[in-house]
Ligand binder design. Structure first.
Ligand code: ATP
Length: 208
């Protein structure tokens, strides 16, 4: 069976995290995709990140009715920062029958060579790169190191021309911080209710 894994801070989860993944799942015949909210995002320490359990809850609210999309607490339950390669090792051991597919946005692919043991990672899972606005597959290739381009040529990294979805978590946080309603459809209504109820993106969130 083909299993998709999709890691991120999901702070908060938005349409750009769901529509391209559902499109990829259907096009590639992935039986399911597991969303893996990060506990302590290794690359995003400069700003305050909403609590891991709140991000997990928002992912579940957004995906509850979505066919084939699930949330996993695996990375949240690790003691230290979770590295993607270790997450892949975990799922490879837990599901030896599964053909692993690691989904990521085009911006994330440009940072791949900075990831821990990235070459092994590409051997353990096929990377599926979802298009983000402003990153067409041909432009994206131009800025990549030769080793990554070689992996695209062998098919270990697949640049999938998913429908671009112009939504970003940082812009949504700005809307919420200012007390504005984000553009329609960018956030699942339950996620919006949750973020507001717990004041997740207020300047000074109250202690829970
Ligand atoms: P920010 O906007 O704050 O940078 P982000 O949404 O990029 O946040 P994450 O939640 O860590 O940050 O993203 C999880 C994954 O989703 C990453 O691989 C990212 O590239 C991808 N992604 C995020 N937004 C989109 C989008 N609009 N279209 C396709 N992929 C996306």
């Amino acid at each position: 069976m083909k299993l998709g894994l999709f890691g991120g801070s999901f702070d908060p989860i938005h349409r750009g995290h769901v529509a391209p993944v559902q499109e990829a799942r259907r096009r590639l015949g992935l039986e399911r995709v597991l969303y893996l909210p990060t506990g302590q995002p290794p690359h995003k320490t400069a700003r305050r990140v909403a609590p891991p359990l709140a991000r997990f809850a928002m992912v579940e609210l957004a995906l509850l009715a979505a066919e084939g999309l699930y949330v996993s607490g695996h990375e949240l339950l690790q003691a230290g920062p979770a590295y993607t390669v270790e997450t892949l090792e975990h799922f490879r051991a837990a599901r030896p029958d599964a053909e692993l597919h690691l989904l990521l946005g085009s911006d994330a692919l440009t940072e791949l060579v900075t990831w821990r043991r990235w070459r092994e990672l590409v051997e353990m899972a096929r990377l599926v790169v979802l298009q983000r606005p402003g990153w067409s597959p041909s432009e994206l290739r131009q800025g990549l190191p030769p080793e990554v381009v070689a992996a695209i040529e062998t098919g270990r990294i697949l640049l999938l021309a998913t429908t671009p979805c112009d939504v970003s978590a940082s812009r949504l946080r700005d809307h919420l911080r200012r007390g504005e309603t984000p553009p329609r459809g960018h956030l699942h209504p339950l996620v919006l209710d949750y973020a507001r109820k717990y004041h997740l993106y207020d300047e000074e969130p109250p202690p829970l």
